[in-house]
Design a protein around this ligand. Structure first.
Ligand code: MN
Ligand code: MN
Length: 296
């Protein structure tokens, strides 16, 4: 990998480590999710990075694409299993990392957290050239099932590229038979999810997360589209961010038109099918004989 690019991946990773430490100090009973997300996103900028996607804060059965909406009033409550998933980018080079945390003492929460972390550590050790993709999934599933839980099978890790959060290979959370091999310098986000439920996520309501899908022209909110192209490029962003800058009415009109014209893609919240709790652990790693974990 080019030295300058490696430097940017590492800087994004270093910021992510500080952000995770900072995030832990915010996770308290009674804390508003929207405040936590705002503070995390502001801190990323303060530390010299940019959010690569909105700070995800998922509680209990919510597994992914879960961000607080504009003025949402949800707070953390005792026994919540909360997952913070953050993305930091430096000139489009991304660190994607997540951890789960228990609000108050809970044996179930702590076991779920330990299971996804053990699974992640097992997979990271295999992030070397010539490892078959399926081996990562097999190691993840082994750790999680031996702890008495299920991995989420329809969520995966992924390759990361410049301004590209999910590209190329998917890293499964079970042995899916994919015998393609890892190559040196591939950048992977590995993200096992452990659940006491069935291990399948289903789509819920709109997550209020969007992403630019193709070029196009809108009649309402041309300046919003220009702002997206300039600042987020092809990375995901929150409706909340647009509302703060452009107001609710204009943002709503713009989103409606841009979605209808398929200029934007929207995401729905993903929750565990049986409503059981989910934990997640994620690191970004550069494939090498000695894997380079940028977010640890
Ligand atoms: Mn992530
Ligand atoms: Mn990821």
């Amino acid at each position: 990998m080019e030295k300058e690019i490696l430097k940017k991946y590492k800087k994004a990773g270093e910021i992510s480590i500080k952000i995770k430490e900072f995030a832990r100090t915010l996770l308290k009973e009674g804390a508003l999710l929207v405040d936590i997300a705002d503070k995390i996103e502001d801190k990323i900028i303060e530390l010299g990075g940019k959010p690569a996607f909105p700070a995800n804060i998922s509680i209990n059965e919510f597994a992914a694409h879960s961000i607080p909406r504009f003025k949402e009033q949800t707070v953390l409550t005792k026994n919540d299993l909360v997952t913070v998933d953050v993305g930091i980018q430096i000139d489009g080079f991304i660190a994607d990392t997540a951890f789960s945390y228990s609000i108050g003492k809970s044996e179930e929460n702590e076991k779920l957290i330990a299971a996804s972390e053990a699974a992640l550590n097992a997979a990271l050790k295999l992030a070397k050239p010539d490892t078959e993709i399926r081996e990562l999934g097999k190691a993840i599933a082994n750790e999680i099932t031996s702890a008495g839980f299920q991995p989420i099978k329809n969520l995966t890790g992924h390759m990361v590229g410049e301004y590209n959060l999910h590209m190329g290979l998917r890293i499964p959370n079970y042995d899916n038979g994919d015998d393609r091999i890892l190559e040196k310098d591939m950048v992977l986000a590995i993200e096992p999810f452990a659940t006491s439920g069935e291990g399948i996520v289903v789509e819920g309501k709109s997550a209020e997360i969007f992403k630019l899908e193709k070029k196009g022209v809108v009649r309402t909110g041309r300046e919003i589209l220009a702002h997206i192209i300039k600042n987020y490029k092809t990375l995901p962003f929150a409706k909340r961010w647009l509302v703060k800058k452009f107001g609710l009415l204009k943002t709503n009109l713009f989103l409606k038109e841009a979605l209808a014209k398929e200029i934007l893609k929207d995401y729905n919240v993903l929750r565990e099918k049986t409503g059981k709790k989910v934990s997640q652990a994620e690191h970004t790693v550069i494939v090498a004989e000695k894997p380079i974990i940028t977010t640890k």
